[in-house]
Write a protein that binds this ligand. Sequence first.
Ligand code: FES
Length: 67
Amino acid sequence: MTTPRRVTVTECPGGPLLIRGADEVVGIDGTAAPVERAVVALCRCGRSDRLPWCDDSHRDRRRRRTS
Ligand code: FES
């Protein structure tokens, strides 16, 4: 029996969820995206052009709110 892999999720205030240790991420449409990095960032704001991944578009939203 293999030891289960530990996956952690870290919330970034106003930004993405950082996922550590995952093999894949399954999107809302059921499509599985393979994870090839130790840490990936999942978009929570819905503005990314590369969903489900964060592309830093959430930063633009923050700037607009403060101006
Ligand atoms: S959380 Fe970064 S683009 Fe959505």
